[in-house]
Design a binder for this molecule. Sequence first.
Ligand code: SF4
Length: 358
Amino acid sequence: MHAEDTVTAQLALFAEAPAPKKKRTRRIHPSVPAAPSSTVPAELLAEADWILLNSSGGKDSQAMASHIVSLAARLGLLHRVVIVHADLGDVEWGGTRQLAEEQARRLGVRFEVVKAEGGDLLARTVARFFKLKAKAETEAREQGLDPTTVKVAPAWPSSSARWCTSDLKRGPIRKLMTRLVDELGPLGRPVRILNCMGQRAAESAPRAKLARVEIDRPASNGKRHVTRWRPIHGWSDAEVWKEIARSGLPYHEAYDWGMSRLSCSFCVLGCEADVVLAARLRPKKAAQYATVERKVGADFKHGLSMREIIRRAAALDAEHGKLRRPPRGTAMARYVGKKTTGEYLSRLDYQGRLDLAA
Ligand code: SF4
């Protein structure tokens, strides 16, 4: 299917987009504590009714998952562990959901996939553009201005409007929390959910400021109290790769190709090197992003358009030729050395190649 057709088909899902909801002020239930009862890993795990491990399928979440599963196993708590993957559809790297599931299977814990209803990130960006445009035009008319000259706010997600994470990940995962609470039935107290995430301080300055343990008050209510825990917040890249080598779990091949992060192939917050590499690996998907750029009249990344990304990718292909598949273990070897990587690969029987260009 042509890139334009794919986007148009997705847009049909939003043909009758519901009217914008009125903003409501959220009241936090009085039973929700202000601060966590402990920051000691063994105590956090022992107190939880559910230990929810968020997995993007990426290296940080898989290292976090194998690390926590080891701790939970020592405490006899594996039956409380659930790995959850928010499926982003075709905007994420091929094989990611299957990999997250395979990791959970090898760790011997329950696996859940959640997915936002409606279109993917591209369809939502276009739908959001039309909503913002309609709003700006209405405001212009009310002020006696010409609605055809209004400036529409950027529809793409960004660091200051990160609606992709809340719509496509956080929202669906909260629905799973509701289901998990129902599964336990009445306990005579709110269910305690320990929501574990693989975010690390070394990733970025904003992430460095995040607390290691905190109460997720907006996700909590009278039925559930959610504690957010970032167990590997202080870990370096090398520590993450060491844990992957120790666990023997397969990691996504996109890292061997040179990607520094996983999740969406084209992340609005990703570094330039990553998005250009992704355009070389997924030219058809890059073309779809460029189509949406034209529809919404704004660059995909602040200050960097997909048109330019595609141009740079094409220039690199012309200069160096098409990318060739790197040897398995390339990414890991950089951090743990060839010997440890060789031992890891010899234990790894998951040799299935992922179709990155899909
Ligand atoms: S990977 Fe980037 S673009 Fe995709 S959901 Fe996360 S922040 Fe948004």
